[in-house]
Design a protein around this ligand. Structure first.
Ligand code: COA
Length: 174
């Protein structure tokens, strides 16, 4: 599958993506704003394991962000279980080399369209660390609404932070 954006492409994962994924993901300026489960340092084996896991998933909900033939970022929807089954969580990161060019707002719009057109979901949700206004701006540019702030919900690298909860719903999205 190929989703074409302005200046980037979202496509299927390939085993050969491991090297560029490792190169761009291995950056604490990125991992500082992600779940602790995201490896740091990010090794080639981490990249190989991640790609194998994503290649085995159907339907596809996770895409490499390809720029100049390299995996320069990742965007995906994480399905939750039980009563949250129709409201997956959105996650993303982009190589520092490409920040500030509007790549991620474009990628978020593409995956929202893909999700609402192809998956049995009613809502997409994203949680942003209180110290990450750039990511909040990305979501706002892509049509998400800030629905609330969870005070002191996050403990990241020894610091207590608020979580800003953003959502977009299928009803009214088109
Ligand atoms: C957050 C991230 C995805 C942004 O991607 P990007 O493609 O560079 O996004 P943009 O090009 O839209 O640039 C960010 C926007 O935030 C704005 N911005 C930058 N610093 C800001 C600040 N301190 N306060 C408010 N807005 C800010 C920029 O001006 C730009 O908005 P504009 O186009 O209206 O001027 C990227 O920096 C990244 O991967 N960060 C590390 C991982 C991460 O934070 N992931 C998200 C976890 S929720």
């Amino acid at each position: 599958m190929i989703l074409q954006g302005k200046g980037f492409t979202l496509r299927d994962w390939q085993k050969q993506d491991a090297e560029s994924l490792q190169k761009h993901a291995n950056n604490t300026h990125i991992t500082d704003f992600l779940f602790d489960r995201f490896p740091s340092p990010y090794t080639l084996q981490d990249a190989v394991d991640f790609i194998a896991m994503k290649m085995a998933e159907t339907p596809q909900t996770n895409f490499p962000i390809v720029i100049n033939g390299e995996v320069a970022g990742v965007i995906g929807l994480d399905f939750r279980v039980d009563i949250y089954i129709k409201a997956p969580l959105l996650g993303y990161w982009l190589s520092e080399e490409y920040w500030g060019n509007g790549i991620m707002p474009g990628a978020v719009k593409l995956i929202v369209d893909y999700g609402f057109n192809n998956l049995d979901i009613m809502r997409i949700q994203a949680g942003v660390l209180g110290n990450n206004p750039k990511s909040m701006r990305v979501l706002e540019k892509a049509g998400f609404v800030k629905e609330g702030v969870l005070t002191n919900a996050i403990f990241k690298k020894g610091v207590i932070l608020d979580e800003h909860v953003y959502g977009i719903v299928k009803r009214g999205w088109d």
